[in-house]
Design a protein around this ligand. Structure first.
Ligand SMILES: Nc1ncnc2c1ncn2[C@@H]1O[C@H](COP(=O)(O)OP(=O)(O)O)[C@@H](O)[C@H]1O
Ligand SMILES: [Mg+2]
Length: 353
Protein backbone atom coordinates (compact mmCIF):
# COMPACT_ATOMS: atom_id res chain seq x y z
CA UNK A 1 0.00 0.00 0.00
CA UNK A 2 1.13 3.49 -0.82
CA UNK A 3 0.96 4.70 2.73
CA UNK A 4 2.76 1.75 4.26
CA UNK A 5 5.60 4.00 5.30
CA UNK A 6 3.13 5.61 7.69
CA UNK A 7 3.18 2.44 9.83
CA UNK A 8 5.32 3.75 12.60
CA UNK A 9 5.91 1.08 15.08
CA UNK A 10 6.76 -2.57 14.91
CA UNK A 11 6.33 -2.87 18.66
CA UNK A 12 3.75 -5.61 18.77
CA UNK A 13 2.84 -4.94 22.36
CA UNK A 14 1.37 -1.52 21.75
CA UNK A 15 -2.18 -1.97 20.54
CA UNK A 16 -3.43 1.62 20.62
CA UNK A 17 -1.26 4.67 20.64
CA UNK A 18 -2.65 8.12 20.07
CA UNK A 19 -0.61 11.24 19.79
CA UNK A 20 -2.03 14.71 20.19
CA UNK A 21 -5.42 13.32 19.29
CA UNK A 22 -7.80 16.28 19.25
CA UNK A 23 -11.42 16.90 18.28
CA UNK A 24 -13.06 20.29 18.34
CA UNK A 25 -16.74 20.84 17.68
CA UNK A 26 -16.73 24.53 16.83
CA UNK A 27 -15.25 26.22 19.85
CA UNK A 28 -15.74 23.19 22.08
CA UNK A 29 -12.62 21.09 22.62
CA UNK A 30 -14.29 17.72 23.09
CA UNK A 31 -10.92 15.92 23.14
CA UNK A 32 -7.73 17.86 23.61
CA UNK A 33 -4.22 16.68 22.81
CA UNK A 34 -4.78 13.12 23.96
CA UNK A 35 -1.87 10.72 24.34
CA UNK A 36 -3.11 7.23 25.12
CA UNK A 37 -1.22 4.01 25.17
CA UNK A 38 -2.96 0.67 25.40
CA UNK A 39 -0.82 -2.45 25.60
CA UNK A 40 -1.63 -5.95 24.38
CA UNK A 41 -3.65 -7.83 27.00
CA UNK A 42 -4.72 -4.69 28.83
CA UNK A 43 -8.16 -4.24 30.24
CA UNK A 44 -7.91 -0.53 29.85
CA UNK A 45 -10.42 1.69 31.65
CA UNK A 46 -11.22 4.97 29.98
CA UNK A 47 -12.77 7.01 32.74
CA UNK A 48 -14.47 10.33 32.95
CA UNK A 49 -17.72 12.09 33.77
CA UNK A 50 -20.42 12.52 31.16
CA UNK A 51 -19.32 14.91 28.45
CA UNK A 52 -15.62 14.43 29.10
CA UNK A 53 -14.93 13.14 25.58
CA UNK A 54 -14.94 9.35 25.93
CA UNK A 55 -17.33 8.57 23.10
CA UNK A 56 -15.71 11.16 20.86
CA UNK A 57 -12.34 9.47 21.42
CA UNK A 58 -13.73 6.02 20.66
CA UNK A 59 -15.40 7.33 17.52
CA UNK A 60 -12.06 8.74 16.39
CA UNK A 61 -10.30 5.43 17.13
CA UNK A 62 -12.85 3.64 14.98
CA UNK A 63 -12.56 6.16 12.18
CA UNK A 64 -16.21 7.19 12.57
CA UNK A 65 -15.17 10.82 12.89
CA UNK A 66 -12.05 12.55 11.76
CA UNK A 67 -9.75 14.13 14.35
CA UNK A 68 -9.20 17.88 14.17
CA UNK A 69 -5.55 17.18 14.87
CA UNK A 70 -3.30 14.34 15.95
CA UNK A 71 -3.59 10.70 15.08
CA UNK A 72 -4.37 7.24 16.26
CA UNK A 73 -2.10 4.27 15.60
CA UNK A 74 -3.73 0.89 16.11
CA UNK A 75 -1.77 -2.34 15.67
CA UNK A 76 1.03 -0.16 14.39
CA UNK A 77 -1.13 1.23 11.58
CA UNK A 78 -2.36 4.80 11.22
CA UNK A 79 -6.13 4.70 11.20
CA UNK A 80 -6.32 7.62 8.79
CA UNK A 81 -4.75 5.43 6.09
CA UNK A 82 -5.22 1.79 7.03
CA UNK A 83 -8.61 1.82 8.62
CA UNK A 84 -10.04 -1.28 6.99
CA UNK A 85 -7.02 -3.39 7.91
CA UNK A 86 -7.42 -2.18 11.48
CA UNK A 87 -11.16 -2.73 11.67
CA UNK A 88 -10.76 -6.36 10.65
CA UNK A 89 -9.08 -6.91 13.99
CA UNK A 90 -11.41 -4.79 16.13
CA UNK A 91 -14.81 -5.39 17.67
CA UNK A 92 -16.76 -2.50 19.11
CA UNK A 93 -19.95 -1.31 20.69
CA UNK A 94 -20.34 2.43 20.52
CA UNK A 95 -24.06 2.94 20.31
CA UNK A 96 -26.68 0.53 21.55
CA UNK A 97 -26.60 -2.19 18.91
CA UNK A 98 -29.75 -2.66 16.87
CA UNK A 99 -31.22 -6.15 16.76
CA UNK A 100 -34.40 -7.63 15.33
CA UNK A 101 -36.87 -7.78 18.23
CA UNK A 102 -38.75 -10.83 17.00
CA UNK A 103 -35.71 -12.92 16.13
CA UNK A 104 -33.97 -15.02 18.74
CA UNK A 105 -30.58 -14.00 20.11
CA UNK A 106 -29.00 -16.73 18.03
CA UNK A 107 -30.75 -15.75 14.81
CA UNK A 108 -29.76 -12.16 15.44
CA UNK A 109 -26.12 -13.21 15.63
CA UNK A 110 -26.54 -15.12 12.36
CA UNK A 111 -28.00 -11.97 10.84
CA UNK A 112 -25.03 -9.90 12.05
CA UNK A 113 -22.60 -12.51 10.75
CA UNK A 114 -24.26 -12.48 7.34
CA UNK A 115 -24.41 -8.68 7.21
CA UNK A 116 -20.72 -8.43 8.07
CA UNK A 117 -19.84 -10.71 5.19
CA UNK A 118 -19.14 -13.94 7.08
CA UNK A 119 -19.94 -16.81 4.78
CA UNK A 120 -22.80 -18.94 6.12
CA UNK A 121 -21.88 -22.50 6.82
CA UNK A 122 -20.52 -24.70 9.55
CA UNK A 123 -17.67 -22.34 10.54
CA UNK A 124 -20.06 -19.45 10.96
CA UNK A 125 -22.55 -21.65 12.87
CA UNK A 126 -19.79 -22.83 15.16
CA UNK A 127 -18.68 -19.28 15.86
CA UNK A 128 -22.23 -18.21 16.73
CA UNK A 129 -22.47 -21.11 19.20
CA UNK A 130 -19.07 -20.26 20.70
CA UNK A 131 -19.97 -16.63 21.11
CA UNK A 132 -23.29 -17.48 22.74
CA UNK A 133 -21.37 -19.56 25.28
CA UNK A 134 -18.81 -16.81 25.91
CA UNK A 135 -21.51 -14.23 26.63
CA UNK A 136 -23.49 -16.84 28.61
CA UNK A 137 -26.59 -16.72 26.49
CA UNK A 138 -26.39 -20.37 25.46
CA UNK A 139 -29.50 -21.40 27.35
CA UNK A 140 -31.47 -18.33 26.22
CA UNK A 141 -30.23 -18.43 22.63
CA UNK A 142 -33.65 -19.32 21.25
CA UNK A 143 -35.62 -16.68 23.14
CA UNK A 144 -36.84 -13.68 21.18
CA UNK A 145 -34.58 -10.69 21.58
CA UNK A 146 -37.48 -8.47 22.73
CA UNK A 147 -37.87 -10.68 25.81
CA UNK A 148 -34.24 -10.28 26.83
CA UNK A 149 -33.35 -8.23 29.89
CA UNK A 150 -31.25 -5.13 29.33
CA UNK A 151 -28.19 -7.02 30.56
CA UNK A 152 -28.82 -9.89 28.13
CA UNK A 153 -29.29 -7.40 25.29
CA UNK A 154 -26.00 -5.78 26.15
CA UNK A 155 -24.25 -9.15 26.28
CA UNK A 156 -25.69 -10.06 22.89
CA UNK A 157 -24.25 -6.78 21.62
CA UNK A 158 -20.84 -7.77 22.92
CA UNK A 159 -21.39 -11.19 21.36
CA UNK A 160 -22.00 -9.53 17.99
CA UNK A 161 -18.75 -7.60 18.39
CA UNK A 162 -16.96 -10.89 19.11
CA UNK A 163 -18.15 -12.77 16.03
CA UNK A 164 -15.07 -11.97 13.99
CA UNK A 165 -12.85 -13.02 16.93
CA UNK A 166 -11.23 -9.57 17.21
CA UNK A 167 -7.97 -8.97 19.06
CA UNK A 168 -9.19 -5.65 20.39
CA UNK A 169 -12.60 -4.79 21.81
CA UNK A 170 -13.75 -1.22 22.26
CA UNK A 171 -16.73 -0.98 24.58
CA UNK A 172 -18.32 2.39 25.21
CA UNK A 173 -20.02 2.38 28.63
CA UNK A 174 -21.20 -1.22 28.36
CA UNK A 175 -22.80 -1.18 31.81
CA UNK A 176 -24.78 2.00 31.30
CA UNK A 177 -28.36 1.61 32.44
CA UNK A 178 -27.84 -1.88 33.86
CA UNK A 179 -28.89 -2.91 37.34
CA UNK A 180 -26.14 -4.13 39.70
CA UNK A 181 -26.65 -7.75 38.66
CA UNK A 182 -26.36 -6.82 34.99
CA UNK A 183 -23.25 -4.76 35.72
CA UNK A 184 -21.73 -7.68 37.55
CA UNK A 185 -22.37 -10.00 34.59
CA UNK A 186 -20.65 -7.56 32.25
CA UNK A 187 -17.66 -7.32 34.57
CA UNK A 188 -17.42 -11.10 34.66
CA UNK A 189 -17.68 -11.22 30.90
CA UNK A 190 -14.88 -8.70 30.55
CA UNK A 191 -12.68 -10.78 32.81
CA UNK A 192 -13.49 -13.88 30.78
CA UNK A 193 -12.62 -12.08 27.54
CA UNK A 194 -9.39 -10.94 29.06
CA UNK A 195 -8.40 -14.51 29.91
CA UNK A 196 -9.17 -15.37 26.28
CA UNK A 197 -6.38 -12.98 25.39
CA UNK A 198 -8.39 -10.02 24.14
CA UNK A 199 -7.23 -6.47 24.65
CA UNK A 200 -10.19 -4.54 26.01
CA UNK A 201 -10.74 -0.81 26.00
CA UNK A 202 -13.74 0.06 28.10
CA UNK A 203 -15.11 3.48 28.87
CA UNK A 204 -17.10 4.25 31.96
CA UNK A 205 -18.19 6.95 34.30
CA UNK A 206 -18.44 4.43 37.13
CA UNK A 207 -15.10 4.68 38.85
CA UNK A 208 -15.88 1.84 41.14
CA UNK A 209 -16.39 -0.87 38.56
CA UNK A 210 -13.32 0.08 36.59
CA UNK A 211 -11.16 -0.31 39.65
CA UNK A 212 -12.10 -3.97 39.81
CA UNK A 213 -11.71 -5.09 36.22
CA UNK A 214 -9.02 -2.92 34.71
CA UNK A 215 -5.28 -3.17 35.02
CA UNK A 216 -4.68 0.26 33.51
CA UNK A 217 -6.77 3.42 33.33
CA UNK A 218 -6.81 6.84 31.81
CA UNK A 219 -8.85 9.57 33.46
CA UNK A 220 -10.35 12.21 31.24
CA UNK A 221 -11.84 15.51 32.30
CA UNK A 222 -13.32 18.03 29.88
CA UNK A 223 -11.39 16.47 27.04
CA UNK A 224 -8.06 16.51 28.86
CA UNK A 225 -6.16 13.50 30.06
CA UNK A 226 -5.46 14.04 33.73
CA UNK A 227 -3.96 10.68 34.61
CA UNK A 228 -2.92 7.46 32.96
CA UNK A 229 -1.32 4.47 34.55
CA UNK A 230 -1.46 1.10 36.24
CA UNK A 231 -4.46 0.80 38.54
CA UNK A 232 -2.43 -0.70 41.37
CA UNK A 233 0.07 2.15 41.21
CA UNK A 234 -2.67 4.75 41.16
CA UNK A 235 -4.36 3.06 44.09
CA UNK A 236 -1.13 3.08 46.07
CA UNK A 237 -1.10 6.83 45.71
CA UNK A 238 -4.55 6.93 47.29
CA UNK A 239 -3.70 4.83 50.33
CA UNK A 240 -4.62 6.23 53.71
CA UNK A 241 -4.27 5.35 57.33
CA UNK A 242 -7.31 6.12 59.43
CA UNK A 243 -6.60 7.10 63.02
CA UNK A 244 -9.31 7.33 65.66
CA UNK A 245 -8.55 8.72 69.10
CA UNK A 246 -10.59 8.31 72.29
CA UNK A 247 -11.43 11.93 72.95
CA UNK A 248 -11.87 15.17 71.03
CA UNK A 249 -8.90 16.67 72.88
CA UNK A 250 -6.64 13.79 71.87
CA UNK A 251 -7.89 14.06 68.30
CA UNK A 252 -6.85 17.72 68.24
CA UNK A 253 -3.42 16.91 69.62
CA UNK A 254 -2.94 13.97 67.29
CA UNK A 255 -3.82 15.91 64.16
CA UNK A 256 -1.43 18.71 65.11
CA UNK A 257 1.32 16.16 65.62
CA UNK A 258 0.55 14.33 62.39
CA UNK A 259 0.56 17.57 60.43
CA UNK A 260 4.06 18.23 61.74
CA UNK A 261 5.21 14.65 61.27
CA UNK A 262 6.62 15.28 57.82
CA UNK A 263 9.40 17.30 59.40
CA UNK A 264 9.82 14.85 62.26
CA UNK A 265 11.19 11.88 60.38
CA UNK A 266 7.95 10.71 58.77
CA UNK A 267 8.37 12.27 55.32
CA UNK A 268 5.98 9.80 53.69
CA UNK A 269 2.97 11.52 55.27
CA UNK A 270 1.65 13.79 52.56
CA UNK A 271 -1.52 15.04 54.23
CA UNK A 272 -3.41 14.68 57.51
CA UNK A 273 -6.88 16.02 58.04
CA UNK A 274 -9.99 15.55 60.12
CA UNK A 275 -13.04 13.76 58.87
CA UNK A 276 -15.94 11.84 60.33
CA UNK A 277 -16.67 8.18 59.76
CA UNK A 278 -20.04 6.64 58.93
CA UNK A 279 -21.00 6.69 62.62
CA UNK A 280 -20.26 10.42 62.66
CA UNK A 281 -17.24 9.93 64.91
CA UNK A 282 -14.22 12.16 64.32
CA UNK A 283 -11.31 10.43 62.64
CA UNK A 284 -8.02 11.56 61.18
CA UNK A 285 -7.19 10.63 57.62
CA UNK A 286 -3.49 10.37 56.99
CA UNK A 287 -2.37 10.14 53.37
CA UNK A 288 0.43 7.63 53.70
CA UNK A 289 1.31 4.11 52.49
CA UNK A 290 -0.79 1.44 54.16
CA UNK A 291 2.30 -0.32 55.43
CA UNK A 292 3.19 2.61 57.70
CA UNK A 293 0.45 2.25 60.29
CA UNK A 294 2.72 0.78 62.98
CA UNK A 295 5.10 3.72 62.61
CA UNK A 296 2.23 6.16 63.01
CA UNK A 297 1.16 4.29 66.10
CA UNK A 298 4.66 4.48 67.53
CA UNK A 299 5.01 8.17 66.68
CA UNK A 300 1.78 9.04 68.49
CA UNK A 301 2.73 6.84 71.45
CA UNK A 302 6.08 8.65 71.76
CA UNK A 303 3.98 11.74 72.42
CA UNK A 304 1.80 9.94 74.93
CA UNK A 305 -1.10 9.65 72.55
CA UNK A 306 -2.63 6.19 72.29
CA UNK A 307 -4.96 5.60 69.39
CA UNK A 308 -8.25 3.80 69.87
CA UNK A 309 -7.98 2.52 66.32
CA UNK A 310 -5.49 2.65 63.47
CA UNK A 311 -6.64 1.21 60.21
CA UNK A 312 -4.86 1.10 56.87
CA UNK A 313 -7.18 1.72 53.95
CA UNK A 314 -6.54 0.94 50.33
CA UNK A 315 -6.83 3.74 47.83
CA UNK A 316 -9.82 4.22 45.62
CA UNK A 317 -9.93 5.79 42.20
CA UNK A 318 -12.66 8.04 43.53
CA UNK A 319 -10.30 9.57 46.07
CA UNK A 320 -7.64 9.82 43.43
CA UNK A 321 -10.03 11.53 41.07
CA UNK A 322 -11.09 14.00 43.75
CA UNK A 323 -7.46 14.68 44.54
CA UNK A 324 -6.63 15.28 40.89
CA UNK A 325 -9.55 17.50 40.08
CA UNK A 326 -9.51 19.71 43.14
CA UNK A 327 -7.12 22.55 43.88
CA UNK A 328 -3.77 21.43 45.29
CA UNK A 329 -4.08 20.65 48.98
CA UNK A 330 -1.71 21.78 51.69
CA UNK A 331 -0.83 19.62 54.65
CA UNK A 332 -3.50 21.28 56.79
CA UNK A 333 -6.37 21.19 54.33
CA UNK A 334 -9.85 21.05 55.82
CA UNK A 335 -11.97 17.96 55.17
CA UNK A 336 -12.66 17.10 51.58
CA UNK A 337 -15.87 18.56 50.23
CA UNK A 338 -17.08 15.11 49.21
CA UNK A 339 -19.03 14.75 46.02
CA UNK A 340 -19.80 18.43 45.49
CA UNK A 341 -16.71 18.93 43.38
CA UNK A 342 -17.85 16.30 40.93
CA UNK A 343 -21.35 17.64 40.58
CA UNK A 344 -20.01 20.58 38.63
CA UNK A 345 -18.54 18.31 35.98
CA UNK A 346 -21.13 15.65 35.84
CA UNK A 347 -24.87 15.74 35.98
CA UNK A 348 -24.83 12.05 36.69
CA UNK A 349 -24.45 11.35 40.40
CA UNK A 350 -23.20 7.84 39.68
CA UNK A 351 -19.78 9.17 38.80
CA UNK A 352 -17.76 8.76 41.90
CA UNK A 353 -20.20 6.57 43.79
N1 LIG B 1 -21.36 15.73 17.12
C1 LIG B 1 -21.15 16.64 18.11
N2 LIG B 1 -21.34 17.95 17.88
C2 LIG B 1 -21.12 18.86 18.83
N3 LIG B 1 -20.70 18.56 20.08
C3 LIG B 1 -20.50 17.27 20.36
C4 LIG B 1 -20.72 16.23 19.41
N4 LIG B 1 -20.43 15.05 19.97
C5 LIG B 1 -20.06 15.32 21.25
N5 LIG B 1 -20.10 16.64 21.48
C6 LIG B 1 -19.71 17.30 22.73
O1 LIG B 1 -18.39 16.91 23.03
C7 LIG B 1 -18.23 16.73 24.42
C8 LIG B 1 -17.77 15.31 24.69
O2 LIG B 1 -18.82 14.43 24.39
P1 LIG B 1 -18.70 12.84 24.49
O3 LIG B 1 -17.47 12.41 23.79
O4 LIG B 1 -20.00 12.27 24.06
O5 LIG B 1 -18.49 12.65 26.06
P2 LIG B 1 -18.67 11.31 26.95
O6 LIG B 1 -18.77 10.16 26.02
O7 LIG B 1 -17.46 11.30 27.82
O8 LIG B 1 -19.92 11.51 27.74
C9 LIG B 1 -19.56 17.04 25.06
O9 LIG B 1 -19.53 18.38 25.49
C10 LIG B 1 -20.53 16.86 23.91
O10 LIG B 1 -21.67 17.66 24.09
MG1 LIG C 1 -20.29 8.72 25.93
Amino acid sequence: MKHDDISITDDDDIVISTSRLTKAFGKLMAVNDLHLQVMRGDVFGFLGPNGSGKTTTIRMLLGLIRPTAGRAIIFGMDNAYQLSAILQRVGAIVETPVFYPYLSGKDNLHAVAAASGMRSGSASNRRVEEVLEIVELGTQAKQAFRNYSLGMKQRLGIGAALLSDPELLLLDEPTNGLDPAGQFEIRQLIQRLSTLGKTIFISSHFLHEIQHVCNRVAILQKGNLIKQGEVHELLQQGEQIIVRMNTAGETEQAITLLQQARNQGLPWITLAHMDTNKQNISIIRVDAPRTRSAEINAYLARHNLFAAEIRPQEGSLEDLFLGLTMPPASISTPPRPGMAALARDSNDPQFGN
